[in-house]
Design a protein around this ligand. Structure first.
Ligand code: SF4
Length: 52
């Protein structure tokens, strides 16, 4: 289980100073078919929500 999530996406409402993520959990998805990401560019945080 990931204990600390560092994130640079400061347009997300869960983002906090110091590149911290305040979400209680995050869901990471694959862009590539059948969940077979081949590199980090093919994954993304689905928990992202834009700041209001
Ligand atoms: S929810 Fe995802 S995009 Fe938003 S701060 Fe956390 S890790 Fe980053």
């Amino acid at each position: 289980m990931a204990k600390d999530v560092l994130c640079e996406v400061n347009s997300c409402k869960y983002w906090a100073n110091g590149n911290k993520c305040n979400a209680s959990s995050i869901y990471v998805v694959s862009h590539h078919g059948s969940n077979q990401a081949r590199n980090s560019e093919e994954t993304d945080c689905k928990t992202f929500e834009p700041k209001a």
